[in-house]
Design a protein. Structure first.
Length: 181
């Protein structure tokens, strides 16, 4: 499965949950996010890891990241990592701290889910620009993909919505690309 396919599937799942928001109430958002990701990972045939998620969707406790999708062989050796995710609901400094963990992952897609506050375009741009700077500073690999999922507080019938951005590392000497999805 390509990085684009993974990003598209994750975004589609979060958009589905966004439409169902009134039925969700206000659960522990970290557990909800990990459940969404692990359920999708399981549907796609991967081994999923996260703490606090029902066994129906998860193969084991958190393994380095809040949630991850792995390919495991018959001898229980990790062959590859398709997705890792971190969730952070605190301030921008804490979001940046958790995001830096994603820089170290050898994964096709790295997902950061965070509280973007009220639907404020300037603040959302600041978050995305700061996280893009981290990617640009880090000596990563061309094509590294980061999916940013900002939870926007809004007083609408839906109760909340997400905003999606993608950062792609363009390789040494090139600034990472930031694209709103």
């Amino acid at each position: 499965m390509s990085s684009n396919d993974i990003v598209n599937r994750i975004v589609a799942e979060f958009r589905k949950v966004e439409r169902e928001a009134p039925a969700l109430g206000r659960p522990d958002w970290t557990i909800e996010v990990k459940t969404i990701l692990c359920k999708l990972g399981r549907e796609l045939g991967y081994t999923t890891w996260a703490t606090g998620v029902l066994a129906d969707y998860c193969d084991g406790k958190e393994f380095l990241y809040d949630a991850s999708w792995l390919v495991i062989d018959n001898c229980e050796r990790t062959i590859s990592c398709l997705m890792v995710a971190e969730c952070e609901w605190d301030n921008l400094g804490e979001v940046e701290y958790d995001f830096q963990k994603l820089l170290l992952a050898r994964s096709k897609v790295r997902v950061m889910v965070y509280d973007a506050g009220p639907a404020n375009e300037e603040y959302q741009e600041e978050i995305c620009d700061r996280l893009r700077e981290h990617v640009g500073t880090f000596n990563g690999t061309e094509g590294d993909t980061y999916l940013l999922i900002g939870w926007l507080h809004e007083n609408t019938e839906k109760g909340f919505r997400f905003q999606f951005h993608r950062i792609t590392d363009e390789g040494p000497g090139n600034p990472p690309k930031l694209k709103r999805l």
